[in-house]
Design a binder for this molecule. Structure first.
Ligand code: ZN
Length: 171
């Protein structure tokens, strides 16, 4: 079995964050171990969601642990998000963009279809923060970052933090 203990969260502008990830085809112990390691890294960060490319793995899955009393660890494999309705702007952060916060417009309600770690198909509808996390994490699987969704005000406000991340990556 693959040892994922060396995996770390990678930061912008690491080019691995820009890959369009490949579908998961094998639902085995390796996949479960990868998801477990991703959950561990996400919680330690701490964060509410983490996609595989954020640990340098170009495959279509993400994990999440939304805040709340009845929140559970969740793993979504090969997710597809379809917008249902509503649009709202809210500030988002990203574990691959420390110190960067960007106002992003998202659907307020959407549907997700995905597979579980054992390949079972699931379909759910979510609202507000849940819907936002689904959209944010699914973006990652197509190489999209919140940077791609920011307006002119955020472009100015985040310039320094982004330059610092670029400088850190070079060195
Ligand atoms: Zn992110």
């Amino acid at each position: 079995m693959t040892d994922y203990s060396d995996l770390r969260i990678i930061h912008y502008p690491d080019p691995r964050l820009r890959a369009v990830c490949a579908p998961v085809e094998t639902f085995d112990e390796d996949l479960a171990a990868l998801a477990a390691r991703m959950l561990e890294l996400m919680k330690a960060a701490p964060g509410v969601g983490l996609a595989a490319p954020q640990v340098g793995i170009k495959r279509r899955l993400f994990v999440m642990h939304p805040p709340g009393d009845d929140a559970r660890d969740e793993v979504y494999v090969n997710p597809v998000v379809e917008g249902l309705d509503g649009a709202k702007e809210a500030e988002e952060g990203c574990l691959s963009l420390p110190e960067v916060f960007i106002t992003v417009r998202r659907f307020t309600r959407c549907r997700i279809t995905a597979q579980t770690l054992d390949g079972r198909k699931i379909e759910r509808t979510g609202e507000d923060l849940i819907a936002r996390i689904w959209q944010h994490e699914t973006d990652h699987l197509d190489g999209k970052l919140i940077l791609d969704r920011m307006g002119p005000a955020d472009r100015i406000a985040t310039r320094k933090a982004i330059r610092e991340l670029e400088a850190r990556f070079q060195s």
